[in-house]
Design a protein around this ligand. Structure first.
Ligand code: PEP
Ligand code: MG
Length: 554
């Protein structure tokens, strides 16, 4: 009998229809065998042997997908190793129990974090733990080689290594009962153009091996055992999807220019080098926001100047036009495991971003030196997050200059003029935009935070998600004001918050005169296509008309 299901969290666009393949993972639960005092040494040896094998495997896979490089870093982590060995010694337990216990606790710490990105890192730890357990138990991991016909894979959860092992000739999409949209599994599906839905509660009890499934990765619609009419409807959707994709691909070969010749800079946001590569594959003009905190989060120590320099330099070489590096934006809901921060009652209004950088000058200088050195390899720009006063901007600029002088004295090369921009994401910054514009090289509007601070709506709180509105007149008025202030001083104004990748806002923002849009790389084709099909003159007229009736807005 036909059954329907609606999934809220969509992971990767696309339409698929095929037989269900239910994936059951091997039993990797730890065995509870006793260990004598003498046997403890053997257990430690087992651990080191497994570690060596896991590392060799991951390093072999790192060439295919950069994610496995970060997995190797987890497997190699000295703190994790120390904790596992201590657990064995102190509780006299076997290596399997120690690995399962310590990695499970580490994953739980990440899972409890508010930030979606950090939350999903728990899946990475579990994936590495699974590899250890497979080696320790002498069993093999999931094997998908038995899939030899088109299927939609249905599983409780998948690991990134599972997705990497899928043969996309046969696997047409996947649905998991658990998992999140920002997990690496979702990101990998998006990169591979594989339709995917995650968090499909109860899906496993609704399908059997003989089920036929239709899925829509954009709307979250799932139909199990569809009737003829439903099959036809999905075939129509698939055709339309392919047509749209072809149109976007064609649009990608042309510049982001409106019908009447107005050119817009379409850039991408990135959190690592993989994102920069994806951005370039999607013809991004440059990187409008390089979020550096993920680089800090992946390590077990503050990344050194050399470590940061290597990444920024590579990113600068990959990005043909600008590479906008945002200085560290931790605090709020983004924590670093190795950096002790007091619990704050109201972290979004607490010690975060530039406030930390200006207080911890050593950290700030290490990062600025790495950025300045990378500026010799491309068009690097510095972006300062969370400013509320000109004093902060002046002090940050002074430290940049100090770093430049030091580097010159040390004979290290950097560009003579590295633009320094202000991320406009606080109401104070909007209200002082005219003054900020006089002392900065560019603006980038961070709507994700700006909306939460303007509307007093927590961006991560589901209960008030309905009030979090980028189209609220106060937000639009703030955006318009920042653009005007920037243009008044002839500096470019960009936007790097999610609103920049929202196709409903594109016309409005173009009409307001926004110079640069920066968004997730995957959004670029759709937005580019939208721009190519609109008229700048018309959008400007609409905005002008709305401005006249602005008093009605609120
Ligand atoms: C923003 O606040 O709009 C932004 C782009 O930064 P983040 O989402 O990293 O806070
Ligand atoms: Mg922000």
């Amino acid at each position: 009998m036909m059954k329907k299901m609606q999934v809220e969290r969509t992971a990767s666009n696309g339409i698929a229809a095929a037989k269900a393949y239910i994936h059951v993972s091997p039993d990797l639960s730890p065995s509870d065998y006793p260990v004598s005092e003498k046997g403890m040494e053997e257990e430690a040896e087992r651990f080191f042997k497994a570690k060596g094998e896991v590392l060799a495997e991951l390093e072999g896979m790192a060439g295919e997908n950069g994610i496995f490089r970060s997995y190797a870093a987890i497997a190699e982590d000295a703190t994790l190793e120390e904790e596992i060995l201590t657990r064995m010694r102190e509780t006299n337990c076997n290596v399997q129990l120690a690995v399962a216990g310590v990695t499970g606790e580490a994953a739980a710490v990440f899972e409890a974090m508010e930030d979606e990105y950090m939350k999903e890192r728990s899946a990475d730890i579990r994936d590495v733990a699974k590899r250890f357990m497979a080696k320790l138990k002498g069993c093999s991991l999931s094997d998908f080689s038995c899939i030899t016909e088109p299927v939609i894979l249905v599983a409780r959860d998948l690991y990134p290594s599972d997705v990497a092992a899928l043969n996309l000739e046969y696997v047409k999409g996947f649905i998991t009962q658990e998992g999140g949209v920002t997990s690496h599994v979702s990101i990998m599906a998006k990169d591979a153009g594989l339709p995917a839905l995650v968090g499909a509660q109860g899906i496993l009890s609704m399908v059997s091996e003989n089920s036929w499934i239709c899925m829509d990765g954009k709307t979250g619609e799932i139909v199990i055992d569809p009737d003829m009419a439903e099959r036809e409807r999905f075939a129509g959707k698939a055709q339309e999807y392919e047509r749209r994709k072809a149109r976007y691909e064609e649009a990608g070969r042309l510049p982001a220019c409106t019908r009447d010749g107005h050119v817009v800079r379409l850039c991408a946001n990135a959190g690592n080098l993989e994102d920069v590569k994806t951005a370039m594959e999607n013809q991004a003009h440059g990187i409008g926001l390089f979020r550096t905190e993920f680089l800090y989060m992946e390590k077990d120590h503050f990344p050194t100047e050399e470590e940061q320099f290597a990444i920024y330099r590579e990113a600068a070489l990959l990005s043909p036009a600008e590479l906008t590096i945002r200085t560290l934006d931790i605090g709020g809901d983004k924590a670093l495991p190795y950096f002790q921060m007091e619990n704050e009652k109201n972290p979004a209004l607490g010690w975060r971003a530039i406030r930390i950088s200006l207080e911890k000058k050593d950290l700030f200088k290490t990062q600025l030196r790495a950025i300045l050195r990378a500026s010799a390899f491309g068009h690097v720009r510095i972006l300062l997050p969370m400013l509320i006063s000109l004093g902060e901007l002046r002090e940050a600029k002074r430290v940049v200059e100090e770093c430049r002088q030091e580097l010159m004295q040390e004979g290290k090369v950097c560009a003579s003029d590295v633009p320094i921009g202000v991320m406009v994401e606080t109401p104070a910054c909007v209200l002082l935009a005219e003054e900020f514009a006089k002392e900065t090289d560019f603006f980038s509007i961070g709507t994700n935070d700006l909306i939460q601070y303007l509307l007093a709506v927590d961006r991560g709180n589901g209960k008030v998600a309905g009030l979090y509105d980028g189209f609220h007149p106060a937000v639009l008025r703030a955006v318009g004001r920042v653009i005007e202030a920037g243009h008044g001083e002839e500096i470019p104004v960009g936007m790097c918050g999610e609103l920049a990748g929202d196709e409903r806002a594109t016309g409005l923002l173009i009409g307001m005169g926004l110079d640069e849009f920066s968004m997730s790389p995957g959004e670029l084709p759709r937005i580019r296509y939208g721009i190519q099909n609109m008229s700048y003159k018309q959008e400007k007229a609409v905005v002008k008309e709305q401005a006249h009736g602005a008093s009605d807005l609120a």
